[in-house]
Design a protein around this ligand. Structure first.
Ligand SMILES: Cc1cc2nc3c(=O)[nH]c(=O)nc-3n(C[C@H](O)[C@H](O)[C@H](O)COP(=O)(O)OP(=O)(O)OC[C@H]3O[C@@H](n4cnc5c(N)ncnc54)[C@H](O)[C@@H]3O)c2cc1C
Length: 535
């Protein structure tokens, strides 16, 4: 007989299979001699009370041989003679769109402006050494997209569209550990992602698909009101219906669309800073234990959200045991982000701390943007009546301003957390995981008022719920701007092609319909399905 139970158990009871079995039998009144095996199906940490517990779902085999978990495996067939679909961008949206196209017997031709994930790794190391990013091969651009050297957290709040479990099974099929199928907050880690991405590429090639690296789409070609092809910087034209999965850092793609009068609209997004604490402190605070997490608990995470003066202030993409990295794609501008290896073994915890910005907030930021652009000798897009290029420009202005306040290269401006809240300069800075280096800077003086005041108040409120979170052992590193896209490429809600124009399917984070790896992958699959049905 097979039983399934949801149980609350102590962390050490889940760490050892014999102990887990005894514990389940004791709690459920089963005879241990008759139980042949116990499989963990789900686990999550519940740290709300003083005693931290695990919430687990288990499958128990009684009087019959225990079975292994059997995740669904997708078999991919040869599509070398099938009709082509052009997929622009090899991030999670583009790669999962390509896999779905193969399932639907279409031949994906992937065009990717950056390099293979392996070569990209070298460029990232070189960028830190030379304090200069390669603008076509960085944390945003290249095989795997922004997802390749990301943290690889695979949880998403969006459960509406598509099947999260199916995407996790695919990640597992291509090399991720089985743990991602069990954990409530699955995590792959930046060290494991490149191998998985290379496996996905190999599958696409084995089935007869194509992958063209260092091939940047520069134009979208239409015929009788329908998109029929794209042109690349090499001059080569690729014909077929197009899945546009270019991510939210490809500002040139938005500019191209604006020039071509293709439908775009401004949308809300969020900007702020990355906050870095010692991980040991976060473990102590979140697990209510001065000794930290002990041997059986994972490194602790947190998540905060508050409303301040009518806008959300929240933590974003928290990376326990992680590193802060320079995640921009433009020299003379600075963006930071966070990631962690699979063992989450660093001494630091970081997260984005960001403030919601809505299109109607633009006038409040316009003096700031104009000043930064003027002082940097750049033009401002203030004659753009639709506001969408201004949203991009606001994002870019904060990135340029962060660069200007750190002085050079990839160095980032930083300030201790309490000093920022109190409006006081930091005389020095704590140690940090950010390898290119930090420079003490008065973020409370130069960040746009609408952001800094909300962050200051937000931090006080976060400290009310977790006493000790607001501390000068933590520091803010500027700036975090690439939380989601500030624009949406408008698409037909039912057919998912461009609003009013067939043949082009904008998808993933850059199209404004997803945020994060899993939701971008789900959106990629959805667009591939529509494209295969309708073209
Ligand atoms: C450091 C870091 C950590 C992150 N951590 C997480 C995390 O833990 N969990 C999570 O869910 N999300 C995380 N993210 C965000 C996540 O990576 C993105 O949400 C996701 O990658 C978006 O997928 P996408 O396919 O829509 O776009 P992208 O991943 O941005 O991919 C777009 C691709 O298109 C290519 N491209 C752009 N323009 C062109 C062109 N003109 N021609 C050809 N190719 C083009 C780009 O080179 C890129 O490869 C992180 C991001 C970063 C940078």
């Amino acid at each position: 007989m097979i039983h399934e139970f949801n149980l609350r158990i102590q962390p050490h009871e889940a760490a050892d299979s014999d102990l887990l079995k005894s514990c389940v039998c004791r709690m459920k009144g089963l005879d241990e001699d008759k139980v042949t095996g116990v499989r963990l199906l789900k686990r999550s940490v519940d740290a709300r009370q003083r005693t931290v517990m695990l919430q687990v779902q288990v499958r128990v085999f009684e009087n019959e041989p225990p079975q292994q978990l059997q995740p669904h495996i997708v078999r991919y067939e040869d599509v070398s003679t099938a009709p082509p679909v052009i997929v622009v961008g090899a991030g999670p949206a583009g790669l999962f769109a390509a896999l779905k196209l193969i399932e639907l017997h279409r031949r994906p031709i992937i065009l990717e402006r950056g390099k293979s994930v392996r070569e990209r790794k070298r460029d990232l190391a070189q960028a830190v050494r030379e304090q200069r990013v390669n603008e076509e091969s960085n944390y945003c651009f290249g095989e795997g997209g922004a997802g390749a050297f990301s943290d690889g957290k695979l949880y998403t709040r969006s459960r509406k569209r598509g099947n999260v479990g199916h995407i996790l099974e695919l990640f597992h099929q291509f090399g991720a550990s089985e743990n991602i199928l069990l954990d409530a907050h699955p995590h792959i880690g930046t060290d494991k992602l490149p191998g998985i991405i290379a496996n996905i590429r190999q599958q696409i090639l084995d089935c007869g698909g194509e992958v063209h690296f260092e091939t940047r789409m520069t134009d979208i070609l239409t015929d009788k009101g329908e998109v029929t092809a794209v042109r690349c910087h090499t001059g080569e034209v690729f014909r077929g219906p197009v899945i546009l999965a270019t991510g939210h850092s490809a500002r040139d793609v938005y500019e191209l669309m604006a020039r071509r009068h293709l439908p775009l609209e401004a949308k809300g997004f969020a900007m702020g800073v990355r906050l870095e604490h010692p991980q040991q402190l976060i473990d102590q605070l979140m697990y209510h234990n001065p000794q930290g997490r002990g041997p059986f608990l994972p490194v602790a995470e947190y998540s905060f959200v508050q409303q301040v003066a009518g806008r959300g202030v929240y933590s974003f993409c928290m990376c326990p045991g992680g590193l802060v990295v320079p995640a921009g794609n433009e020299n003379g501008a600075l963006v930071v982000n966070g990631m962690s290896p699979s063992n989450r073994g660093s001494k630091w915890a970081n997260s984005g701390m960001v403030v919601e910005i809505r299109p109607e907030d633009l006038p409040l930021y316009s003096d700031y943007v104009k000043r930064v652009m003027r002082e940097s000798g750049l033009e401002s897009a203030d004659n753009d009546s639709l506001g969408f290029l201004q949203m991009l420009q606001l994002q870019r202005a904060l990135e340029i301003d962060s660069f200007r306040h750190a002085g050079q290269g990839l160095k980032a401006p930083a300030q201790r957390m309490v000093d920022f809240v109190r409006g006081k300069a930091s005389a020095d800075l704590p140690k940090s995981s950010y390898i290119p280096g930090l420079l003490a800077s008065d973020l409370h003086e130069w960040m746009p008022r609408e952001i800094r005041r909300r962050l200051q108040e937000g931090f006080r409120l976060f400290d009310n719920s977790i006493k000790g979170f607001l501390t000068n052992e933590a520091q803010l590193i500027a700036c975090e701007t690439r939380t989601s896209s500030p624009l949406r490429i408008t698409r037909d809600p039912e057919h998912l092609h461009l609003e009013g124009i067939k043949g082009l399917y904008p998808c993933g984070e850059g199209a404004g319909y997803a945020g994060g790896i899993v939701s971008s992958a789900i959106d990629g699959e959805l667009c591939a399905e529509r494209c295969a049905q309708e073209t």
